[in-house]
Ligand binder design. Structure first.
Ligand code: MEV
Length: 440
């Protein structure tokens, strides 16, 4: 039976681990050894990781892989990807190589505006609220000067503050809807600090606004927070080539490939069951780069999926067409990313990943990430509409199965060779490894 504990966060790391292993594990020593295995002997590095969050008991590793040969706007990149799924990096690399010889990826940042909102309740006349808002607006901006000073110097800051009437949705509900330009920062802390200052100024100034009645003066701030929905922080990535050039070694007919591919995308555009899986494949690429570069993948996921439903029905993030013998495949997605602030200057692997990407600006990173998503989707649809996904997927998964059996290096070598010409399934691998072990 589990037990509750108070003051856990105040315990030392050793004491926390003792409590965890004694409470939850039949073999406490073994559990402790597993946790210990993932600590870093470099004390400073371990402390850095301990302090990212509260109650750290060890580190959780993900592989950091790389997908080379990405030609983006005529510049070559090797893209770092942090992900556990076997086939993702291989698929990205394959798509990169395929497009390397066909002009590469073309990308463009469409917009970079981010949004934050102060949600509040006001019980009174809207005309008076509008008048108050117009009078107080310069002071709202002024009171954030210390927060916005540096951002303004670099060319960013607060773009606009709007008063929005939301009383059709909820009685007495209004918003300050604020747009921001945060340049190379993802901007969450900057935006939230500005919003909290707006809320305070707004509430306090209302107390002195002559036209308000006593009740109207009591503006009730519900919350102040950025929005992870960023439909005006948009990037586009595209590949295109002559339909005939889609055939590799004449093994596939380019036109047939293109037509089937476009059909597959159209299905994802109209059918939510397919769209979700289709977009999951896109996010395989996006999340892996977002993680490797120390960005907030939950924010990106939430924003991207909301965007995929912006027309009232969940739909594909990518689109494809064949026109005048030219195949074009593209993605347009909202991505609020940063290359300064947050983990970007702290986590050694994040710094390394960003350097590998030629120390990109946030705008450049948006383009690289969009390309990773498009490439991943291209690889998935190419397999799905030709050989099926399992052939490549299971080949990559073979190593995981072999590791489950604790296969030796020699066993691995033998079985990898064997499965070059045989279909990989869990039972086929089980059978093959058992046979091998009986023989030897
Ligand atoms: C698996 O992680 C992703 C795919 O299912 C994506 C897709 O179906 O397009 C292969």
């Amino acid at each position: 039976m589990s037990k509750s504990i108070s003051g856990f966060s105040k315990l030392s790391k050793v004491k926390k681990i003792d409590w965890i292993v004694d409470t939850y594990f039949s073999n406490a020593e073994n559990a402790k050894a597993v946790l210990k295995q993932y600590w870093n002997d470099n004390e400073k590095l371990q402390q850095l990781h301990d302090e990212f969050i509260e109650n750290t008991i060890t580190n959780y590793y993900l592989p950091l892989g790389v997908a080379p040969n990405f030609l983006i706007n005529d510049k070559l990149y090797t893209i770092p990807m942090a992900i556990e799924e076997s086939s993702v990096v291989a698929a990205a690399s394959k798509a990169a190589k395929f497009w390397l010889n066909r002009g590469g990826f073309k990308t463009k940042v469409i917009s970079t505006t981010k949004i934050g909102q102060v949600h509040f309740i006001y019980k009174g006349d809207f005309e008076k609220l509008k008048q108050f808002f117009n009078e107080v607006k310069p002071k709202l901006i002024h009171d954030t000067n210390t927060i916005t000073k540096n951002m303004k110097k670099r060319g960013g800051g607060i773009l606009d503050i709007e008063l929005r009437d939301k009383t059709n949705n909820i009685k007495n509900y209004y918003q300050l809807h604020v747009s921001f330009e945060t340049l190379d920062a993802m901007g969450a802390n900057f935006i939230n600090s500005c919003l909290e200052q707006f809320a305070e100024t707004f509430k306090n100034e209302a107390l002195d606004f002559q036209l308000f009645s006593d009740e109207e003066k009591q503006i009730d701030i519900i919350m102040s927070i950025l929005s992870n929905y960023v439909p005006d922080c948009l990037v586009r990535a595209e590949v295109s080539c002559n339909v005939e050039d889609l055939s590799e070694n004449n093994s596939v007919n380019g036109e047939a490939f293109a037509n089937k591919f476009v059909q597959a995308v159209k299905i994802a555009e109209v059918e939510p069951y397919r769209a979700v899986t289709h977009n999951k494949g896109v996010m395989n690429g996006i999340d892996a780069v977002v993680l490797a570069t120390g960005n907030d993948f939950r924010a990106v996921e939430a924003g991207v999926h909301a965007y995929a439903s912006r027309n009232g029905k969940y739909s594909s993030l990518t689109h494809a067409k064949v026109e005048n013998g030219i195949f074009t495949f593209w993605i347009e997605i909202p991505l609020a990313l940063g290359t300064v602030g947050g983990l970007t200057g702290l986590h050694p692997l994040v710094k390394l990943s960003l350097e590998m990407l030629h120390k990109p600006s946030a705008k450049e990173l948006m383009q690289i990430v969009a390309v990773a998503g498009l490439a991943q989707n291209f690889a998935a649809l190419s397999s799905l509409t030709t050989t099926g996904i399992q052939e490549g997927h299971m080949k990559m998964h073979l190593m995981n199965i072999l590791n489950q059996f604790e296969a030796t290096d020699i066993e691995k070598q033998t079985l990898i060779e064997h499965f070059k010409n045989n279909t990989v399934t869990h039972s086929a691998v089980t059978e093959a490894i058992n046979e091998l072990r009986i023989k030897n």
